[in-house]
Design a protein around this ligand. Sequence first.
Ligand code: ATP
Ligand code: MG
Length: 553
Amino acid sequence: MTTEPTPTPAPPTKNMHFIREIIAADNRSGKYGGQVVTRFPPEPNGYLHIGHAKAICLDFGMALENNGRCHLRMDDTNPVKEDVEYTDAIKEDVRWLGFDWGPHYYHASDYFEQMYELACGLIRDGKAYVCELTSEEWKDYRGIPTEPGRESPFRQRSPEENLDLFQRMRAGEFPDGSKVLRAKIDMTSPNLHMRDPVIYRILHVPHPHAGDQWCIYPMYDYAHPIEDAIEKITHSMCTLEFEVHRPLYDWVIQNCNLFPSQQIEFARLELTYTVMSKRKLLELVRQKHVNGWDDPRLPTLCGLRRRGVPPAAIREFCERIGVTKYDSLTDVALLEHCIRDDLNKTVPRAMAVLDPVRLVFDNPDELPATIQAANNPEDPAAGAREIPFEPELFIEREDFAEVPPPKYFRLAPGKSVRLRNAGFVTCTGFEKDAAGNITLIRGRFTPMNQPVKVKATIHWVPAQAARPVEVRLYDRLFTVPEPDADKNVDFMTHLNPDSLQTVQALAEPSLLAAQPGDRFQFERIGYFYAEPDSRPNAPVFNRTVTLKDSWKG
Ligand code: ATP
Ligand code: MG
Protein backbone atom coordinates (compact mmCIF):
# COMPACT_ATOMS: atom_id res chain seq x y z
CA MET A 1 0.00 0.00 0.00
CA THR A 2 1.30 3.49 -0.75
CA THR A 3 1.43 6.15 1.89
CA GLU A 4 0.77 9.67 0.75
CA PRO A 5 2.93 12.47 2.10
CA THR A 6 0.99 13.76 5.08
CA PRO A 7 -0.37 17.18 4.23
CA THR A 8 -1.11 19.68 6.92
CA PRO A 9 -4.88 20.02 6.79
CA ALA A 10 -5.82 23.31 5.18
CA PRO A 11 -7.63 25.64 7.55
CA PRO A 12 -11.21 24.63 6.93
CA THR A 13 -13.75 26.97 5.45
CA LYS A 14 -15.47 27.14 8.80
CA ASN A 15 -19.19 26.75 9.08
CA MET A 16 -20.49 27.39 12.53
CA HIS A 17 -22.07 24.30 14.07
CA PHE A 18 -23.31 23.38 17.50
CA ILE A 19 -20.12 21.64 18.59
CA ARG A 20 -17.99 24.65 17.60
CA GLU A 21 -20.44 26.73 19.64
CA ILE A 22 -20.23 24.48 22.72
CA ILE A 23 -16.44 24.55 22.64
CA ALA A 24 -16.35 28.31 22.14
CA ALA A 25 -18.74 28.75 25.09
CA ASP A 26 -16.62 26.45 27.29
CA ASN A 27 -13.53 28.42 26.36
CA ARG A 28 -15.25 31.69 27.26
CA SER A 29 -16.49 30.41 30.61
CA GLY A 30 -13.16 28.79 31.41
CA LYS A 31 -14.85 25.44 32.08
CA TYR A 32 -11.68 23.49 31.26
CA GLY A 33 -9.27 26.38 31.65
CA GLY A 34 -9.42 26.96 27.90
CA GLN A 35 -8.13 23.45 27.16
CA VAL A 36 -9.60 21.39 24.34
CA VAL A 37 -8.67 17.71 24.45
CA THR A 38 -10.54 15.30 22.17
CA ARG A 39 -10.10 11.69 21.11
CA PHE A 40 -10.93 9.42 18.23
CA PRO A 41 -11.77 6.03 19.76
CA PRO A 42 -12.16 3.35 17.07
CA GLU A 43 -12.92 -0.19 18.10
CA PRO A 44 -10.22 -2.22 16.32
CA ASN A 45 -12.70 -4.69 14.85
CA GLY A 46 -12.78 -3.49 11.24
CA TYR A 47 -11.43 -0.97 8.79
CA LEU A 48 -12.28 2.72 8.95
CA HIS A 49 -14.81 4.09 6.49
CA ILE A 50 -15.93 7.52 5.33
CA GLY A 51 -18.31 7.73 8.30
CA HIS A 52 -15.31 7.46 10.60
CA ALA A 53 -13.67 10.19 8.52
CA LYS A 54 -16.46 12.52 9.63
CA ALA A 55 -15.68 11.70 13.27
CA ILE A 56 -11.90 11.96 12.71
CA CYS A 57 -12.18 15.36 11.01
CA LEU A 58 -14.39 16.56 13.85
CA ASP A 59 -12.26 15.16 16.69
CA PHE A 60 -8.90 16.25 15.28
CA GLY A 61 -10.37 19.37 13.68
CA MET A 62 -11.83 20.78 16.90
CA ALA A 63 -8.52 20.15 18.69
CA LEU A 64 -6.47 21.80 15.92
CA GLU A 65 -8.74 24.82 15.74
CA ASN A 66 -8.45 25.38 19.47
CA ASN A 67 -4.73 24.68 19.92
CA GLY A 68 -5.68 21.54 21.77
CA ARG A 69 -4.79 17.93 21.14
CA CYS A 70 -6.56 14.84 19.91
CA HIS A 71 -5.74 11.35 21.11
CA LEU A 72 -5.98 8.21 19.05
CA ARG A 73 -7.34 5.52 21.33
CA MET A 74 -8.01 1.92 20.41
CA ASP A 75 -11.26 1.21 22.20
CA ASP A 76 -10.37 -2.43 22.73
CA THR A 77 -12.50 -3.43 25.71
CA ASN A 78 -14.11 -6.37 23.89
CA PRO A 79 -11.47 -9.07 23.40
CA VAL A 80 -13.57 -11.23 21.11
CA LYS A 81 -13.76 -9.39 17.80
CA GLU A 82 -10.55 -7.44 17.81
CA ASP A 83 -7.40 -7.88 15.79
CA VAL A 84 -3.97 -6.23 15.44
CA GLU A 85 -4.40 -6.22 11.66
CA TYR A 86 -7.06 -3.57 12.19
CA THR A 87 -4.98 -1.49 14.61
CA ASP A 88 -2.22 -0.97 12.03
CA ALA A 89 -4.70 -0.16 9.28
CA ILE A 90 -6.51 2.37 11.48
CA LYS A 91 -3.27 4.23 12.21
CA GLU A 92 -2.34 4.28 8.55
CA ASP A 93 -5.75 5.61 7.57
CA VAL A 94 -5.82 8.40 10.17
CA ARG A 95 -2.33 9.50 9.11
CA TRP A 96 -3.31 9.37 5.46
CA LEU A 97 -6.30 11.61 6.18
CA GLY A 98 -3.73 14.13 7.36
CA PHE A 99 -3.94 13.96 11.15
CA ASP A 100 -1.31 13.45 13.79
CA TRP A 101 -1.89 12.26 17.34
CA GLY A 102 1.72 12.95 18.33
CA PRO A 103 2.62 10.91 21.43
CA HIS A 104 -1.07 10.45 22.35
CA TYR A 105 -1.69 6.90 21.20
CA TYR A 106 -3.55 4.80 23.75
CA HIS A 107 -5.33 1.51 24.33
CA ALA A 108 -8.45 1.35 26.48
CA SER A 109 -7.17 -2.04 27.68
CA ASP A 110 -4.17 -0.29 29.29
CA TYR A 111 -6.68 1.09 31.80
CA PHE A 112 -8.14 -2.28 32.83
CA GLU A 113 -6.42 -2.20 36.22
CA GLN A 114 -7.74 1.29 36.98
CA MET A 115 -11.20 0.29 35.82
CA TYR A 116 -11.07 -2.69 38.14
CA GLU A 117 -9.97 -0.53 41.11
CA LEU A 118 -12.76 1.95 40.41
CA ALA A 119 -15.27 -0.90 40.30
CA CYS A 120 -14.03 -2.08 43.70
CA GLY A 121 -14.57 1.49 44.92
CA LEU A 122 -18.15 1.45 43.66
CA ILE A 123 -18.71 -1.85 45.47
CA ARG A 124 -17.28 -0.47 48.74
CA ASP A 125 -19.58 2.55 48.38
CA GLY A 126 -22.57 0.23 47.94
CA LYS A 127 -22.98 1.34 44.32
CA ALA A 128 -22.29 -1.95 42.56
CA TYR A 129 -23.14 -5.57 43.22
CA VAL A 130 -22.48 -9.03 41.87
CA CYS A 131 -25.60 -10.48 40.27
CA GLU A 132 -26.27 -14.08 39.32
CA LEU A 133 -29.41 -13.75 37.23
CA THR A 134 -29.12 -15.46 33.86
CA SER A 135 -29.18 -13.11 30.87
CA GLU A 136 -32.83 -14.08 30.18
CA GLU A 137 -33.81 -13.40 33.78
CA TRP A 138 -31.86 -10.16 33.70
CA LYS A 139 -33.83 -8.97 30.67
CA ASP A 140 -37.08 -9.98 32.30
CA TYR A 141 -36.25 -8.14 35.54
CA ARG A 142 -35.14 -5.06 33.59
CA GLY A 143 -38.60 -4.71 32.07
CA ILE A 144 -39.83 -2.22 29.50
CA PRO A 145 -39.53 1.59 29.44
CA THR A 146 -43.18 2.25 30.35
CA GLU A 147 -43.11 0.03 33.44
CA PRO A 148 -40.59 -0.05 36.27
CA GLY A 149 -38.22 -3.01 36.38
CA ARG A 150 -37.81 -5.41 39.32
CA GLU A 151 -34.88 -5.49 41.67
CA SER A 152 -32.52 -8.41 41.42
CA PRO A 153 -32.60 -10.79 44.40
CA PHE A 154 -28.82 -10.21 44.65
CA ARG A 155 -29.14 -6.42 44.92
CA GLN A 156 -28.89 -6.29 48.72
CA ARG A 157 -25.64 -8.21 49.09
CA SER A 158 -23.20 -6.56 51.46
CA PRO A 159 -20.17 -4.67 50.09
CA GLU A 160 -17.90 -7.29 51.73
CA GLU A 161 -19.61 -10.18 50.01
CA ASN A 162 -19.65 -8.32 46.68
CA LEU A 163 -15.98 -7.46 46.94
CA ASP A 164 -15.10 -11.06 47.70
CA LEU A 165 -17.17 -12.34 44.76
CA PHE A 166 -15.79 -9.72 42.36
CA GLN A 167 -12.22 -10.58 43.35
CA ARG A 168 -12.97 -14.26 42.77
CA MET A 169 -14.54 -13.41 39.41
CA ARG A 170 -11.23 -11.82 38.48
CA ALA A 171 -9.31 -14.79 39.83
CA GLY A 172 -11.12 -17.03 37.36
CA GLU A 173 -13.19 -19.06 39.83
CA PHE A 174 -16.45 -18.80 37.89
CA PRO A 175 -17.45 -19.80 34.38
CA ASP A 176 -18.49 -17.36 31.63
CA GLY A 177 -21.98 -15.97 32.10
CA SER A 178 -22.42 -17.19 35.67
CA LYS A 179 -22.04 -13.76 37.31
CA VAL A 180 -21.86 -10.10 36.35
CA LEU A 181 -21.10 -6.91 38.20
CA ARG A 182 -23.94 -4.38 38.00
CA ALA A 183 -24.06 -0.72 38.89
CA LYS A 184 -26.72 -0.06 41.53
CA ILE A 185 -28.66 2.86 40.08
CA ASP A 186 -32.43 2.84 39.65
CA MET A 187 -34.67 -0.04 38.54
CA THR A 188 -37.56 2.40 38.04
CA SER A 189 -35.75 4.78 35.70
CA PRO A 190 -37.59 5.32 32.40
CA ASN A 191 -34.15 5.00 30.79
CA LEU A 192 -33.38 1.27 30.55
CA HIS A 193 -29.66 1.99 30.51
CA MET A 194 -29.97 3.24 34.10
CA ARG A 195 -31.69 0.08 35.41
CA ASP A 196 -28.67 -1.39 37.16
CA PRO A 197 -26.62 -1.86 33.98
CA VAL A 198 -24.05 -4.62 33.73
CA ILE A 199 -20.57 -3.12 34.03
CA TYR A 200 -18.40 -6.28 34.11
CA ARG A 201 -18.83 -9.72 32.65
CA ILE A 202 -16.81 -12.93 32.80
CA LEU A 203 -15.09 -13.97 29.57
CA HIS A 204 -12.36 -16.55 29.68
CA VAL A 205 -10.72 -15.21 26.53
CA PRO A 206 -7.24 -13.74 26.19
CA HIS A 207 -7.01 -10.14 25.00
CA PRO A 208 -5.11 -9.22 21.82
CA HIS A 209 -3.35 -6.32 23.61
CA ALA A 210 -3.58 -7.09 27.34
CA GLY A 211 -2.67 -10.76 26.95
CA ASP A 212 -4.09 -13.43 29.27
CA GLN A 213 -4.21 -11.39 32.48
CA TRP A 214 -7.97 -10.95 32.47
CA CYS A 215 -11.06 -13.10 32.44
CA ILE A 216 -13.44 -10.29 33.37
CA TYR A 217 -14.00 -7.42 30.97
CA PRO A 218 -15.67 -4.03 31.45
CA MET A 219 -18.70 -3.04 29.37
CA TYR A 220 -18.47 -0.11 26.98
CA ASP A 221 -20.77 2.23 28.95
CA TYR A 222 -18.68 1.83 32.08
CA ALA A 223 -15.29 1.82 30.36
CA HIS A 224 -15.67 4.74 27.99
CA PRO A 225 -16.17 7.56 30.51
CA ILE A 226 -13.25 6.21 32.55
CA GLU A 227 -11.01 6.14 29.45
CA ASP A 228 -12.01 9.72 28.66
CA ALA A 229 -11.50 10.93 32.21
CA ILE A 230 -8.09 9.25 32.63
CA GLU A 231 -6.94 11.07 29.49
CA LYS A 232 -8.59 14.30 30.69
CA ILE A 233 -10.69 14.51 27.53
CA THR A 234 -12.74 17.71 27.63
CA HIS A 235 -15.09 17.13 24.69
CA SER A 236 -15.92 13.51 23.95
CA MET A 237 -17.76 13.47 20.63
CA CYS A 238 -19.73 10.40 19.56
CA THR A 239 -22.69 9.55 17.38
CA LEU A 240 -26.34 10.09 18.23
CA GLU A 241 -27.16 6.53 19.28
CA PHE A 242 -25.15 7.17 22.47
CA GLU A 243 -27.40 10.03 23.55
CA VAL A 244 -29.52 7.71 25.71
CA HIS A 245 -26.34 6.37 27.29
CA ARG A 246 -25.21 9.83 28.42
CA PRO A 247 -26.88 9.70 31.88
CA LEU A 248 -24.85 6.55 32.56
CA TYR A 249 -21.67 8.23 31.25
CA ASP A 250 -22.28 11.08 33.68
CA TRP A 251 -23.16 8.67 36.52
CA VAL A 252 -19.81 6.87 36.15
CA ILE A 253 -17.89 10.17 36.07
CA GLN A 254 -19.67 11.41 39.19
CA ASN A 255 -19.73 8.23 41.24
CA CYS A 256 -16.11 7.35 40.49
CA ASN A 257 -15.10 10.95 41.18
CA LEU A 258 -13.39 11.48 37.86
CA PHE A 259 -12.29 14.34 35.62
CA PRO A 260 -15.51 15.89 34.22
CA SER A 261 -15.28 14.82 30.57
CA GLN A 262 -18.45 15.68 28.66
CA GLN A 263 -20.07 13.57 25.99
CA ILE A 264 -21.51 15.40 22.97
CA GLU A 265 -23.49 13.51 20.34
CA PHE A 266 -23.79 14.29 16.63
CA ALA A 267 -25.54 12.62 13.69
CA ARG A 268 -23.62 9.89 11.93
CA LEU A 269 -22.83 10.16 8.25
CA GLU A 270 -25.02 8.04 6.01
CA LEU A 271 -24.18 8.00 2.31
CA THR A 272 -26.27 6.95 -0.69
CA TYR A 273 -25.48 3.88 -2.84
CA THR A 274 -23.35 2.23 -0.19
CA VAL A 275 -23.42 0.50 3.18
CA MET A 276 -21.35 1.56 6.13
CA SER A 277 -21.86 -0.94 8.92
CA LYS A 278 -18.76 -2.99 9.66
CA ARG A 279 -20.80 -6.17 9.65
CA LYS A 280 -22.09 -5.53 6.13
CA LEU A 281 -18.70 -4.47 4.85
CA LEU A 282 -17.25 -7.66 6.30
CA GLU A 283 -19.93 -9.70 4.53
CA LEU A 284 -19.10 -8.07 1.20
CA VAL A 285 -15.43 -8.87 1.71
CA ARG A 286 -15.94 -12.44 2.99
CA GLN A 287 -18.38 -13.36 0.23
CA LYS A 288 -15.94 -11.91 -2.30
CA HIS A 289 -18.37 -9.44 -3.83
CA VAL A 290 -15.40 -7.09 -3.67
CA ASN A 291 -11.66 -7.71 -3.72
CA GLY A 292 -10.75 -7.10 -0.09
CA TRP A 293 -11.18 -4.22 2.32
CA ASP A 294 -9.36 -1.79 0.02
CA ASP A 295 -11.54 -2.52 -2.98
CA PRO A 296 -12.07 0.89 -4.63
CA ARG A 297 -15.85 0.38 -4.59
CA LEU A 298 -16.03 0.26 -0.80
CA PRO A 299 -16.50 3.37 1.35
CA THR A 300 -13.51 2.29 3.47
CA LEU A 301 -10.70 4.81 3.70
CA CYS A 302 -8.24 2.29 2.25
CA GLY A 303 -10.71 1.66 -0.59
CA LEU A 304 -11.09 5.36 -1.31
CA ARG A 305 -7.30 5.72 -1.21
CA ARG A 306 -6.90 2.89 -3.70
CA ARG A 307 -9.53 4.48 -5.89
CA GLY A 308 -7.35 7.60 -6.02
CA VAL A 309 -9.42 9.91 -3.84
CA PRO A 310 -7.14 12.59 -2.35
CA PRO A 311 -7.42 12.99 1.43
CA ALA A 312 -8.00 16.74 1.03
CA ALA A 313 -11.20 15.99 -0.88
CA ILE A 314 -12.47 13.86 2.02
CA ARG A 315 -11.63 16.59 4.54
CA GLU A 316 -13.43 19.18 2.42
CA PHE A 317 -16.43 16.85 2.10
CA CYS A 318 -16.57 16.38 5.88
CA GLU A 319 -16.48 20.13 6.40
CA ARG A 320 -19.23 20.72 3.86
CA ILE A 321 -21.67 18.17 5.27
CA GLY A 322 -21.49 19.97 8.61
CA VAL A 323 -22.39 18.62 12.03
CA THR A 324 -25.98 18.34 13.23
CA LYS A 325 -28.18 16.59 15.77
CA TYR A 326 -30.54 14.94 13.29
CA ASP A 327 -29.97 11.89 11.11
CA SER A 328 -29.92 12.43 7.38
CA LEU A 329 -28.72 10.82 4.19
CA THR A 330 -25.92 12.49 2.22
CA ASP A 331 -25.86 12.15 -1.56
CA VAL A 332 -22.64 10.47 -2.70
CA ALA A 333 -22.69 13.00 -5.56
CA LEU A 334 -21.50 15.59 -3.03
CA LEU A 335 -18.44 13.47 -2.26
CA GLU A 336 -17.79 13.04 -5.98
CA HIS A 337 -18.11 16.77 -6.46
CA CYS A 338 -15.49 17.42 -3.77
CA ILE A 339 -13.18 14.89 -5.42
CA ARG A 340 -13.49 16.50 -8.87
CA ASP A 341 -13.01 19.96 -7.41
CA ASP A 342 -9.78 18.92 -5.77
CA LEU A 343 -8.38 16.94 -8.71
CA ASN A 344 -9.26 19.54 -11.33
CA LYS A 345 -6.76 22.00 -9.89
CA THR A 346 -3.75 19.76 -9.76
CA VAL A 347 -4.00 16.72 -11.95
CA PRO A 348 -2.24 16.55 -15.36
CA ARG A 349 -4.25 15.74 -18.46
CA ALA A 350 -3.61 12.84 -20.81
CA MET A 351 -5.46 11.05 -23.57
CA ALA A 352 -6.64 7.46 -23.66
CA VAL A 353 -9.30 5.79 -25.76
CA LEU A 354 -11.42 3.18 -23.97
CA ASP A 355 -13.32 1.74 -26.93
CA PRO A 356 -11.16 2.41 -30.00
CA VAL A 357 -12.11 2.67 -33.64
CA ARG A 358 -9.59 3.53 -36.38
CA LEU A 359 -9.56 6.97 -38.07
CA VAL A 360 -7.51 7.13 -41.30
CA PHE A 361 -6.59 10.45 -42.92
CA ASP A 362 -7.06 10.98 -46.68
CA ASN A 363 -4.28 13.60 -46.69
CA PRO A 364 -1.33 11.97 -44.85
CA ASP A 365 1.16 14.44 -46.41
CA GLU A 366 -0.47 17.42 -44.73
CA LEU A 367 -0.11 16.23 -41.14
CA PRO A 368 2.19 17.53 -38.38
CA ALA A 369 4.64 14.89 -37.11
CA THR A 370 3.98 15.74 -33.50
CA ILE A 371 1.72 18.08 -31.57
CA GLN A 372 2.13 19.92 -28.25
CA ALA A 373 -0.41 19.27 -25.54
CA ALA A 374 -0.79 21.35 -22.38
CA ASN A 375 -0.40 19.20 -19.29
CA ASN A 376 -2.97 21.18 -17.35
CA PRO A 377 -4.95 24.07 -18.84
CA GLU A 378 -5.76 25.12 -15.24
CA ASP A 379 -2.08 25.39 -14.41
CA PRO A 380 0.34 26.90 -17.01
CA ALA A 381 3.28 25.94 -14.78
CA ALA A 382 2.51 22.28 -15.49
CA GLY A 383 4.07 22.69 -18.97
CA ALA A 384 3.37 20.73 -22.12
CA ARG A 385 4.27 17.40 -23.68
CA GLU A 386 4.78 16.20 -27.24
CA ILE A 387 2.50 13.55 -28.72
CA PRO A 388 3.28 11.82 -32.06
CA PHE A 389 0.65 12.53 -34.70
CA GLU A 390 0.12 9.81 -37.28
CA PRO A 391 -1.82 9.13 -40.49
CA GLU A 392 -3.94 6.76 -38.44
CA LEU A 393 -5.43 7.52 -35.06
CA PHE A 394 -7.79 5.78 -32.70
CA ILE A 395 -10.85 7.65 -31.53
CA GLU A 396 -13.68 6.64 -29.22
CA ARG A 397 -16.31 4.48 -30.95
CA GLU A 398 -19.12 6.52 -29.42
CA ASP A 399 -17.66 9.71 -30.93
CA PHE A 400 -18.82 8.62 -34.39
CA ALA A 401 -22.39 8.11 -35.58
CA GLU A 402 -23.31 6.81 -39.02
CA VAL A 403 -26.69 8.47 -38.63
CA PRO A 404 -26.32 11.20 -36.01
CA PRO A 405 -29.27 11.57 -33.65
CA PRO A 406 -30.56 15.09 -32.96
CA LYS A 407 -28.07 17.28 -31.08
CA TYR A 408 -25.19 14.91 -31.84
CA PHE A 409 -22.29 17.24 -32.58
CA ARG A 410 -19.48 14.74 -32.85
CA LEU A 411 -18.15 12.97 -35.93
CA ALA A 412 -20.57 11.81 -38.65
CA PRO A 413 -20.39 11.54 -42.43
CA GLY A 414 -19.69 15.02 -43.86
CA LYS A 415 -19.33 16.53 -40.37
CA SER A 416 -16.26 18.02 -38.69
CA VAL A 417 -14.93 18.00 -35.15
CA ARG A 418 -11.87 19.35 -33.38
CA LEU A 419 -9.21 16.78 -32.48
CA ARG A 420 -8.01 17.73 -29.03
CA ASN A 421 -4.69 19.64 -29.15
CA ALA A 422 -4.19 18.88 -32.88
CA GLY A 423 -6.56 20.36 -35.51
CA PHE A 424 -9.77 19.33 -37.21
CA VAL A 425 -11.09 16.32 -39.03
CA THR A 426 -13.94 16.16 -41.51
CA CYS A 427 -15.43 12.73 -42.07
CA THR A 428 -15.21 11.59 -45.68
CA GLY A 429 -16.35 7.97 -45.33
CA PHE A 430 -16.39 4.81 -43.24
CA GLU A 431 -16.32 1.02 -43.50
CA LYS A 432 -18.43 -1.65 -41.82
CA ASP A 433 -18.08 -5.39 -41.27
CA ALA A 434 -20.72 -7.98 -42.12
CA ALA A 435 -22.32 -7.51 -38.69
CA GLY A 436 -22.73 -3.79 -39.31
CA ASN A 437 -20.00 -2.66 -36.90
CA ILE A 438 -17.93 0.34 -37.95
CA THR A 439 -14.39 -0.89 -38.62
CA LEU A 440 -12.77 2.27 -39.98
CA ILE A 441 -13.53 5.95 -40.44
CA ARG A 442 -11.96 8.11 -43.15
CA GLY A 443 -11.33 11.80 -42.72
CA ARG A 444 -9.56 14.86 -43.98
CA PHE A 445 -7.23 16.74 -41.65
CA THR A 446 -7.26 20.53 -41.35
CA PRO A 447 -4.62 22.26 -39.20
CA MET A 448 -5.51 24.23 -36.11
CA ASN A 449 -4.79 27.67 -37.63
CA GLN A 450 -7.47 27.33 -40.31
CA PRO A 451 -11.05 28.25 -39.53
CA VAL A 452 -13.37 25.24 -39.29
CA LYS A 453 -16.70 25.61 -37.55
CA VAL A 454 -17.20 22.77 -35.10
CA LYS A 455 -19.37 22.19 -32.05
CA ALA A 456 -17.37 19.42 -30.38
CA THR A 457 -13.87 18.30 -29.50
CA ILE A 458 -12.92 14.65 -29.34
CA HIS A 459 -9.83 12.94 -27.94
CA TRP A 460 -7.60 10.49 -29.79
CA VAL A 461 -4.38 8.52 -29.64
CA PRO A 462 -1.84 7.83 -32.43
CA ALA A 463 -2.39 4.30 -33.82
CA GLN A 464 1.28 3.16 -33.88
CA ALA A 465 2.57 4.89 -30.76
CA ALA A 466 -0.43 4.19 -28.53
CA ARG A 467 0.01 1.46 -25.93
CA PRO A 468 -2.58 -0.83 -24.41
CA VAL A 469 -3.22 -0.28 -20.72
CA GLU A 470 -5.64 -1.89 -18.33
CA VAL A 471 -8.30 0.47 -17.08
CA ARG A 472 -10.70 -0.38 -14.26
CA LEU A 473 -13.96 1.50 -14.44
CA TYR A 474 -15.43 1.53 -10.97
CA ASP A 475 -19.03 2.45 -10.46
CA ARG A 476 -21.45 2.51 -7.57
CA LEU A 477 -21.56 -0.75 -5.69
CA PHE A 478 -25.35 -0.71 -5.35
CA THR A 479 -28.09 0.20 -7.80
CA VAL A 480 -30.35 1.88 -5.25
CA PRO A 481 -29.66 4.89 -2.99
CA GLU A 482 -30.44 3.05 0.26
CA PRO A 483 -29.49 -0.60 -0.16
CA ASP A 484 -30.08 -1.45 3.49
CA ALA A 485 -33.23 0.61 4.05
CA ASP A 486 -35.63 -2.35 4.01
CA LYS A 487 -34.85 -4.76 6.84
CA ASN A 488 -36.82 -7.52 5.09
CA VAL A 489 -34.72 -7.42 1.94
CA ASP A 490 -31.11 -8.60 1.86
CA PHE A 491 -29.01 -5.58 0.90
CA MET A 492 -26.94 -7.90 -1.34
CA THR A 493 -29.84 -8.15 -3.79
CA HIS A 494 -29.15 -4.53 -4.72
CA LEU A 495 -25.53 -5.12 -5.75
CA ASN A 496 -24.71 -3.42 -9.05
CA PRO A 497 -23.54 -6.20 -11.42
CA ASP A 498 -21.61 -3.61 -13.46
CA SER A 499 -19.79 -1.96 -10.56
CA LEU A 500 -16.45 -2.98 -12.07
CA GLN A 501 -15.72 -3.08 -15.76
CA THR A 502 -12.17 -3.84 -16.85
CA VAL A 503 -11.17 -2.64 -20.30
CA GLN A 504 -8.01 -2.61 -22.40
CA ALA A 505 -7.67 1.01 -23.37
CA LEU A 506 -5.20 2.57 -25.81
CA ALA A 507 -3.16 5.28 -24.12
CA GLU A 508 -0.85 8.00 -25.38
CA PRO A 509 2.76 6.83 -24.92
CA SER A 510 3.60 9.15 -22.01
CA LEU A 511 1.15 7.27 -19.78
CA LEU A 512 3.35 4.18 -19.85
CA ALA A 513 5.75 5.99 -17.53
CA ALA A 514 3.08 6.51 -14.88
CA GLN A 515 4.27 5.55 -11.41
CA PRO A 516 2.02 3.82 -8.90
CA GLY A 517 -0.02 6.52 -7.20
CA ASP A 518 0.14 9.02 -10.10
CA ARG A 519 -3.11 10.71 -11.02
CA PHE A 520 -4.36 11.84 -14.43
CA GLN A 521 -7.39 13.29 -16.03
CA PHE A 522 -8.07 11.24 -19.14
CA GLU A 523 -9.55 13.99 -21.24
CA ARG A 524 -13.30 13.80 -21.59
CA ILE A 525 -13.45 10.56 -19.55
CA GLY A 526 -12.57 11.07 -15.92
CA TYR A 527 -9.91 11.08 -13.25
CA PHE A 528 -7.69 8.03 -12.98
CA TYR A 529 -5.18 6.72 -10.48
CA ALA A 530 -2.25 4.44 -11.28
CA GLU A 531 -2.81 1.29 -9.22
CA PRO A 532 -0.41 0.84 -6.31
CA ASP A 533 0.20 -2.70 -7.64
CA SER A 534 1.09 -1.54 -11.17
CA ARG A 535 4.24 -3.11 -12.63
CA PRO A 536 6.89 -0.89 -14.29
CA ASN A 537 5.80 0.14 -17.79
CA ALA A 538 2.47 -1.63 -17.37
CA PRO A 539 0.36 0.77 -15.36
CA VAL A 540 -3.17 -0.20 -14.42
CA PHE A 541 -5.52 2.74 -13.99
CA ASN A 542 -8.40 2.92 -11.54
CA ARG A 543 -11.15 5.36 -12.38
CA THR A 544 -11.50 7.63 -9.37
CA VAL A 545 -14.51 9.56 -10.65
CA THR A 546 -16.12 10.49 -13.94
CA LEU A 547 -15.83 14.08 -15.19
CA LYS A 548 -19.48 14.82 -14.68
CA ASP A 549 -22.19 13.28 -12.57
CA SER A 550 -23.24 10.66 -15.11
CA TRP A 551 -25.12 8.24 -12.85
CA LYS A 552 -28.50 7.33 -14.25
CA GLY A 553 -29.63 4.98 -11.49
P1 ATP B 1 -20.16 -0.13 13.65
O1 ATP B 1 -21.45 0.25 14.35
O2 ATP B 1 -20.27 -0.30 12.18
O3 ATP B 1 -19.43 -1.27 14.33
P2 ATP B 1 -18.90 1.84 15.20
O4 ATP B 1 -19.63 3.13 15.25
O5 ATP B 1 -19.09 0.93 16.36
O6 ATP B 1 -19.21 1.13 13.85
P3 ATP B 1 -16.31 2.55 16.10
O7 ATP B 1 -14.99 1.95 15.73
O8 ATP B 1 -16.81 2.30 17.47
O9 ATP B 1 -17.36 2.07 15.02
O10 ATP B 1 -16.32 4.10 15.80
C1 ATP B 1 -15.32 4.99 16.21
C2 ATP B 1 -15.89 6.38 16.21
O11 ATP B 1 -16.35 6.73 14.92
C3 ATP B 1 -17.06 6.49 17.16
O12 ATP B 1 -16.93 7.69 17.89
C4 ATP B 1 -18.26 6.53 16.25
O13 ATP B 1 -19.29 7.25 16.82
C5 ATP B 1 -17.69 7.18 14.99
N1 ATP B 1 -18.44 6.76 13.79
C6 ATP B 1 -18.67 5.50 13.37
N2 ATP B 1 -19.45 5.49 12.27
C7 ATP B 1 -19.73 6.78 11.98
C8 ATP B 1 -20.49 7.44 10.97
N3 ATP B 1 -21.14 6.75 10.01
N4 ATP B 1 -20.54 8.79 10.99
C9 ATP B 1 -19.89 9.49 11.93
N5 ATP B 1 -19.16 8.94 12.90
C10 ATP B 1 -19.07 7.61 12.95
MG1 MG C 1 -18.55 0.93 18.32
